[in-house]
Design a binder for this molecule. Structure first.
Ligand code: FM0
Length: 323
């Protein structure tokens, strides 16, 4: 039965950056993220006998082929599992500023996996949904679960899957600084491919990941925000360093991203537990204590407009909505 399914976005603290297998979306490394409550996508899938192709209606507007590609990749797998041939109408409402490096594809493709599962009546496990979401967009595999989540790279379709690590029911949260001109120019998919293929720094990045991941998991189990933040910040900086070595080189940073990163360093010098991370766009995400969030937000208002700063707490895994 068609039902609305909600998935929340996640932000990686240990980044996924590069694929071992492009067709199956199997990554080069394990990644680890925090699911957040502030940004999410609601999606409903309806299979219809009279459609000649899948269609995606996002925030009331019919989307073009590019946006449809990832969606149909997931729907094809659902059709295969269910032995169906019908195309589907996918209705989606995004509570995420799209194409702003806020991982809208993560919540979007995770919600789609859940909604397609409902529509096809497949009754898939969370693990199967994570695998399915992964085939739409790698980071979506993690948005099936709430709290801290690790995506194990695995070696094939079956073993490349995300698993919950910790429910994040402690004093940690994230502030999103939405910088101006936030339309990204290199998609994460193209950016990571170019980096793997051309950046001499890519091997250096990969070489340190096991250590970052192990230290991050220990820091999470100790609920030590300073360790979590320190590791996340250095991991993000390393990932972004690889893009400068690509050919042609590129960066996701804008002048305002630098202002934000500097503001975080200043607050840290003043004694606050604040750290930053960035993804495939110029926005900056600030890791801090939930109990200090108001103070930190206020301090950041010296650099950015209040409307540019959004508070987020740890969020839940996917939910089937009642109506
Ligand atoms: O989220 O090519 O999932 O771990 O956000 O669709 O599999 O959009 F900072 C970059 C997300 C990459 C890090 O990549 O790529 C992370 C990133 P796809 P995604």
């Amino acid at each position: 039965m068609s039902k609305w399914v909600r998935a929340h976005t996640n932000i990686a603290l240990i980044k996924y950056w590069g694929k071992e297998n492009e067709a199956l979306i199997i990554p080069k490394n394990n990644s680890l993220s925090l699911t957040l409550d502030a940004f999410y996508t609601d999606t409903k899938v309806t299979f219809k006998a009279d459609l000649a192709a899948d269609e995606l209606i996002l925030d009331g507007e019919k989307q073009d082929q590019t946006a449809l590609k990832k969606v149909s990749a997931v729907l094809d797998l659902i059709r295969e599992k269910a032995g169906m041939t019908e195309f589907a109408t996918v209705e989606s409402v995004n509570y995420v500023p799209t194409a702003a490096g806020l991982a809208s594809s993560a919540s979007g493709l995770a919600a789609l996996a859940g909604a397609a599962n409902e529509a096809a009546g497949l009754n898939l496990s969370s693990e199967a949904l994570s695998r399915l979401a992964r085939r739409g967009s790698g980071s979506a595999s993690r948005s099936i679960y709430g709290g801290f989540v690790e995506w194990e790279k695995g070696t094939d379709d079956q073993t490349s899957v995300a698993r919950p690590v910790d429910d994040a029911n402690w004093d940690i949260g994230m502030l999103f600084i939405i910088v101006k001109d936030a339309k990204k120019d290199v998609s994460s998919r193209d950016g990571m491919r170019r980096t793997v293929e051309t950046s001499p720094f890519y091997d250096g990045w990969l070489a340190t990941l096991d250590r970052d991941l192990a230290e991050m998991k220990a820091a999470i189990s100790e609920q030590d925000i300073d360790k979590v933040g320190t590791i996340a910040e250095r991991n993000a900086l390393k990932m972004h360093a690889t893009t400068l070595g690509a050919n042609p080189p590129f960066t996701y940073w804008s002048a305002d991203s630098m202002v934000a990163m500097d503001a975080v360093r200043t607050l840290r010098k003043e004694g606050h537990s604040v750290y930053f991370t960035m993804d495939a766009g110029p926005n900056v995400k600030v890791i801090c204590k939930q109990s200090e969030m108001k103070t930190i937000k206020q301090a950041l208002c010296a650099y950015f407009g209040e409307e540019q700063i959004i508070s987020a707490a740890p969020g839940p895994g996917i939910q089937v909505m009642e109506n």
